[in-house]
Design a protein around this ligand. Sequence first.
Ligand SMILES: [Fe+2]
Length: 203
Amino acid sequence: MSAEQAKSAAKGLLEAGLPRRWAHTQGVAARARSIAPALAEDAELVEVAAWLHDIGYAPVVRATEFHPLDGARYLRDVLEVDEVVCRLVAHHTGALIEAEERGIIELADEFPLPEQQLLEALTYCDMTADVDGRPVDVDERLGEILTRYPSDHVVHRSILRSRPALRAAAGNVLRRISRCTATARDCCSDRSVDAWTGPSAGR
Ligand SMILES: [Fe+2]
């Protein structure tokens, strides 16, 4: 599936019924495109996963109320997308910890963990686009999620547990970006290089 096809699929599932989720999804995909130079040959794969990562919230997709698993199953069984994309969606942004909190034991059996660098890239994109799709830094995004869900909510508990790993994933991606930046400055304008890093660059 191409990025354009993934965008079309996500738009069809989210735009009308879940416009804010669609706005967030567009922001996550924009973040993926902004770090494409650092992802090299994996850039389109990560953008495809970015477009599709939250389709599990769509009413037609929702089954267990755990959106990474619902989304990944829909991608595997209905849209029949590449297995790597299904695994990325299943495990994005600390999903394994939330599955544990929810008592969902089948996640890792159905969808093995994808390659760490790809998962970190998708998680970085999700953690640097806010609910309306605006670019934010990781701690701002973490704070917003923790505020949106009450302290006894499974998402709140899960984010607290996965917070160190989410920060570490974002840090790893930023290091990859900065390694590419020096090279890129030789052939790109400063403005386009700055667009890779956005507001998270200083953290
Ligand atoms: Fe998301």
